[in-house]
Ligand binder design. Structure first.
Ligand SMILES: Cc1cc2nc3c(=O)[nH]c(=O)nc-3n(C[C@H](O)[C@H](O)[C@H](O)COP(=O)(O)O)c2cc1C
Length: 406
C-alpha cells in the first residue's frame, strides 16, 4: 500500500503534499492573497449549504458522465490550470494530464507550466485545454495561441483576473519570487526535503536543466519569464473579441465574478465562462464563486456553459455547484495536492475520491445524474447574493428538469 492509498480524502492528500514539498512550494500552492479571508471563505461558503436527502428513489441507473463542451466526460469536470505542477513533481503537468486522460476529463495546461504544450499534447493522450494570459506584446500572445492550435488544444482558456500582479505576502517571507533567485529560506527548505531534492530538482537538473516556463517564447525564457510576467493592465473586451476571431476552437473566459461580465463574454462569442476568484489567490475580499453562481446562471445560463471553480474539496461541493446551475466545475488544488503527493497515481486518487464522494451524495439525494440536481436538493434558504431558494434559476436545456418541473 502506497502513501497515496492511505489518503482517504483531499485533506489527506494535502497533508501528504505538505510532508513532501519544500515549504515555499507547498505554501505557494496552498495559500491565498493578503489576509487569506477569501481562502477560508471559499471553503466555508460550500459548507454553509446543506443538502436534503430523498428516500426510496430507484437510483440504480446512475450515469455520472455528461457532454462537456462538445465531448463526453466522465464527470462534467476538468482540471484547472495551475502553474506549479512541475514544481510539485517531476514533469507534474504531464502526470496531471495523464491522470485526467485516464479518468476521462479535460486537462488545462497553464501558460506558466514547466512542461511544454507540445509535449503534453504528444504524450498525455487526453483532452487538452490551454490557458493563456494576454501579454503586453499581442503578437507574442497570438504566436502562442497559434502554437496551441497546432498542438491540437481543443479549447483556449483566457484568464482575465490578473491584470496587475498579485499580493501574496507569504511568498516574500519565503524568499520565493518570479524570476526565481535562490535565497536562504528557499535553499534551506529544499535541503529539509531531500526526497523532493533528489526526485524533482535533480531529475530536472540531470535531464533538461533547471525547470523553466516552457511555453514562454525564447525572448522571455532566458530570464525565466520576467519580461512577460503576469498580464497586460490594458487588456479589455476588445482583446477577447480579437482572440475569438483568431481561435477556431472553444473559447473559455476564466475569472469572471459578475453577471454583466458573463453576459459580455457571451456577447463576444465565448463558449464558456469560468466563475472563479482564482482560488482566492488574487482578490482577498472577493465573494465565493458559489455565492455569485446563481446570478450568473440567471443571466447567461443556456447561452454559454457556466463553469465554476474555487474551493472544491469534496464531491458534495460539486453537487452543490450543479444544483445551483453550473454546467461543469474545475478543480485546482484538489488535483494538485494529489499530484504533489504521488504524481499521476496521486492525481488519479484525488479525482477518484471526488467522484466516489460525488456519486454517494448524488444517490442519497435520490438523483441519477447531474441534470437531476436542482435547487430542490438544497436544505437551507441561504441568501445567495440576494436570492432565496425559491427564486434560484435552474439549469436550462435539461430535459430531465423540464419533466420534473412540468
Ligand atoms: C498553485 C496554483 C497555481 C495557479 N496558476 C494558475 C494559472 O497559471 N492560471 C490560471 O488561470 N489559474 C491559476 N490558478 C487558479 C486555478 O486555475 C483555479 O482557479 C483555482 O485553483 C481554483 O480554486 P481551488 O484551488 O480551490 O480549486 C492557480 C491555482 C493554484 C493553486
Amino acid at each position: 500500500m502506497t502513501s497515496v492509498d492511505r489518503c482517504y480524502n483531499i485533506e489527506d492528500l494535502r497533508l501528504e503534499a505538505k510532508r513532501r514539498l519544500p515549504k515555499w512550494i507547498f505554501e505557494f500552492v496552498d495559500r491565498g492573497a493578503e489576509d487569506e479571508v477569501g481562502l477560508a471563505h471559499n471553503i466555508e461558503a460550500f459548507r454553509r449549504i446543506k443538502l436534503r436527502q430523498k428516500a426510496l428513489v430507484d437510483v440504480s441507473g446512475r450515469d455520472l458522465g455528461a457532454d462537456l463542451l462538445g465531448s463526453r466526460a466522465t464527470l462534467p469536470m476538468a482540471i484547472a490550470p495551475t502553474g506549479a505542477a512541475g514544481l510539485c513533481w517531476y514533469e507534474g503537468e504531464l502526470e496531471l494530464a495523464k491522470a485526467a486522460a485516464k479518468f476521462g476529463i479535460p486537462f488545462t495546461l497553464a501558460i506558466s507550466s514547466t512542461t511544454g504544450l507540445e509535449k503534453i499534447a504528444d504524450e498525455a493522450g487526453g483532452r487538452l485545454w490551454f490557458q493563456i494570459y494576454v501579454w503586453e506584446d499581442r503578437q507574442l500572445t497570438y504566436d502562442l495561441v497559434e502554437r496551441a492550435a497546432q498542438a491540437g488544444s481543443e479549447a483556449l482558456v483566457v484568464t482575465v483576473d490578473v491584470n496587475l500582479g498579485v499580493n501574496r505576502e507569504f511568498n516574500l517571507r519565503n524568499g520565493y519570487g518570479n524570476p526565481f533567485k535562490p535565497s536562504y529560506p528557499t535553499v534551506r527548505d529544499i535541503l529539509l526535503k531531500p526526497g523532493w531534492f533528489m526526485n524533482v530538482l535533480m531529475r530536472y537538473y540531470t535531464s533538461s536543466g533547471m525547470p523553466r516556463q516552457a511555453n514562454m517564447p525564447p525572448i522571455a525564457r532566458n530570464v525565466h519569464g520576467a519580461v512577460l510576467r503576469g498580464t497586460d493592465s490594458k487588456i479589455t473586451w476588445d482583446d477577447i473579441a480579437k482572440l475569438r476571431d483568431r481561435w477556431k476552437g472553444k473559447l473559455i473566459v476564466k475569472g469572471l465574478m459578475r453577471p454583466d461580465d458573463a453576459r459580455r463574454a457571451a456577447s463576444v462569442g465565448a463558449d464558456a465562462v469560468v466563475i472563479s476568484n482564482h482560488g482566492a489567490r488574487n482578490v482577498d475580499m472577493a465573494p465565493a464563486p458559489i455565492d455569485v453562481l446563481p446570478s450568473v446562471v440567471s443571466e447567461v445560463g443556456g447561452k454559454v456553459a457556466v463553469v465554476l471553480d474555487s474551493g472544491i474539496r469534496r464531491g458534495s461541493d460539486i453537487i452543490k455547484a450543479y444544483a445551483l446551475g453550473a454546467d461543469a466545475v474545475l478543480v485546482g488544488r484538489a488535483a494538485l495536492f494529489g499530484c504533489a503527493a504521488g504524481g499521476q497515481a496521486g492525481a488519479e486518487r484525488a479525482l477518484n475520491l471526488l467522484k466516489r464522494e460525488y456519486e454517494l451524495t448524488l444517490a442519497h439525494l435520490g438523483c441519477r445524474n447531474h441534470q437531476e440536481l436542482s435547487p430542490d436538493v438544497l436544505a437551507n434558504d441561504l441568501p445567495f447574493m440576494g436570492q432565496s431558494i425559491d427564486t434560484l434559476p435552474r439549469r436550462r436545456n435539461s430535459p430531465v428538469q423540464e419533466v420534473l418541473t412540468a
